[in-house]
Design a protein around this ligand. Structure first.
Ligand code: PLP
Length: 281
């Protein structure tokens, strides 16, 4: 598989960036992950728009137009031997010596993109166990920043407790996971936390909300507490790589007897029917 780096294509072992790159020194950059199903991206425009927004929020110029990004992603998707893959895009502010918090000169952003094999979730994924944690991250989680230390620390803690993902909350108010969004179903209504600065506006989250609305399911983007979530009829999480993933237990609380609930099932089916068709490997 190839690596795209600053306008060039090369082998992974040949791809190099400066040790003075601000991505390396400060995690001063943003990223995007685009899933490809048998060579077709899902919701590319939404991923592109989020990348554009992340760049604008941190004040890094977008180095390429939409069509150029799409062609980079397609070349990467086609160069992987596996049918399904994810494209990872990273843009940092660039490199400068000596190290300064504020760059002194005009920097050229460093652009890197790679593809890696990915197996889309099976048709009926087993409900997973998640563990609640206080959300220790910063207050601009809406930016898809490469600075993920908080997320990684939380993932490590969750793993220690045998959980698939942490379930993050600020003072009891549910935010999201370390790399996914959360939903709950209560009395037939689908709830997810609002798309504010405390969560990453997931492309999958937005797509699920659209699917739910078009299926006539009542939807509320409203804050809810961990306690309310524990009383939910159904719970699931979402991301580009996990699609719709049912949650069976939250800490010591079992949701829907640990089985996938009817609305979660319906949304998972809608998602599968509307994504590009895949070749199972
Ligand atoms: N929230 C966080 C913190 C994430 O890192 C991700 C994706 O990795 C998501 C939510 C889900 O976003 P998407 O559905 O666009 O993959």
């Amino acid at each position: 598989s190839h690596v795209f780096i600053n306008g060039q294509w090369c082998q992974p072992e040949e791809a190099v960036v400066s040790v003075f790159d601000r991505g390396f020194l400060f995690a001063d950059g943003v990223y995007e992950v685009v899933p490809f199903y048998t060579g077709y991206p899902l919701l590319f425009d939404d991923h592109y728009e989020r990348l554009e927004r992340s760049l604008a929020q941190v004040g890094i110029d977008n180095p390429y137009q939409r069509e150029e990004w799409l062609s980079i992603c397609q070349t990467l998707a086609e160069s992987t031997p596996e049918a399904n893959g994810i494209v990872y895009i990273q843009v940092t502010r660039g490199a400068e010596y000596p190290r300064n918090h504020l760059p002194e000169g005009e920097l050229t952003p460093t652009v890197m993109a790679t593809a890696s094999p990915w197996v889309p979730p099976v048709e009926t994924p087993d409900p997973v166990h998640v563990e609640p944690f206080e959300d220790i991250r910063w207050l601009r989680c809406d930016i898809k920043s490469i600075s993920l230390l908080g997320n990684i620390m939380l993932k490590q803690e969750a793993k220690k407790r045998g959980a698939f993902e942490p379930l993050l909350h600020r003072n009891g108010r549910v935010t999201e996971g370390a790399s996914c969004n959360y939903f709950m179903v209560k009395d037939g209504c689908l709830y997810t936390p609002p798309n504010d600065e405390l969560i990453l506006g997931g492309i999958t989250r937005e797509w699920i909300l659209e699917l739910a609305e078009s299926a006539g399911i009542e939807v509320k983007e409203t804050a809810f507490s961990l306690d309310e979530l524990m009383q939910a009829d159904e719970c699931f999480l979402s991301s580009s790589t996990r699609e719709v993933q049912p949650v069976g237990t939250i800490g010591s609380t079992t949701i829907n007897n640990g089985s996938i609930g009817p609305i979660t099932q319906q949304l998972a089916e809608l998602f599968r029917n509307r994504r590009p068709h895949i070749v199972q490997e």
